[in-house]
Design a protein around this ligand. Structure first.
Ligand SMILES: [Zn+2]
Length: 174
């Protein structure tokens, strides 16, 4: 059965004009929905252990190890593309990529998640929480340290849109 709403949508598309779907069917335009699904699918490639079998490289940060996909990282960051093309290695320490600046596993994980999904996940609570009771919690040290690490990694990986995003957030927080 065709409802009145769907009939209206069909007749519009026959005229060749661009149509956004009526809210009663789907509040989200199809192309946005498709991109969201792409983001979810690629994001789960990073987050979910069930996709561990197709990871083809490991990046270690201190004791933590991240299974990654060289094709995804190379497509998303010129630094990774150059590194994997030149070295072809599958076991990498983060220090080899970003130098001696101290970067925590949580900061790196946030950047990785962005590389996969194109979205910035929630900030890890334990890492960015300020335990100082005297603190007014404006520009708290742990949060700023975390932001600086993310900014540094994003800059080194040449992910300009994430650099800009975190520059703005840093200004807001400080
Ligand atoms: Zn604080």
């Amino acid at each position: 059965m065709i409802t009145g709403v769907q009939v209206a949508a069909f007749s519009d598309s026959e005229n060749g004009s661009s149509v956004s779907l009526p809210e009663t069917i789907d509040p989200c335009p199809p192309d946005v929905e498709a991109l969201r699904r792409l983001s979810d699918n690629l994001g789960s490639l990073f987050q979910s252990p069930e996709f561990g079998f197709c990871a083809d490289a490991i990046i270690s940060v201190g004791q933590a190890e991240f299974g990654v996909h060289r094709c995804v990282l190379s497509a998303r960051s010129p630094l990774f593309r150059d590194f994997f093309a030149r070295k072809g290695r599958t076991k990498v320490e983060l220090k080899e990529l970003v130098g001696d600046f101290e970067v925590g596993a949580e900061s790196f994980a946030l950047v990785l998640e962005y590389l996969y999904s194109g979205r910035v996940g929630a900030l890890p609570k334990g890492v960015c929480m300020c335990a100082d009771e005297e603190c007014s919690h404006v520009g708290c040290r742990p949060l700023i340290d975390f932001m600086v690490e993310v900014l540094y990694v994003s800059f080194t990986f040449q992910i300009s849109e994430l650099v800009n995003l975190f520059k703005v957030s840093s200004i807001l927080f400080i």
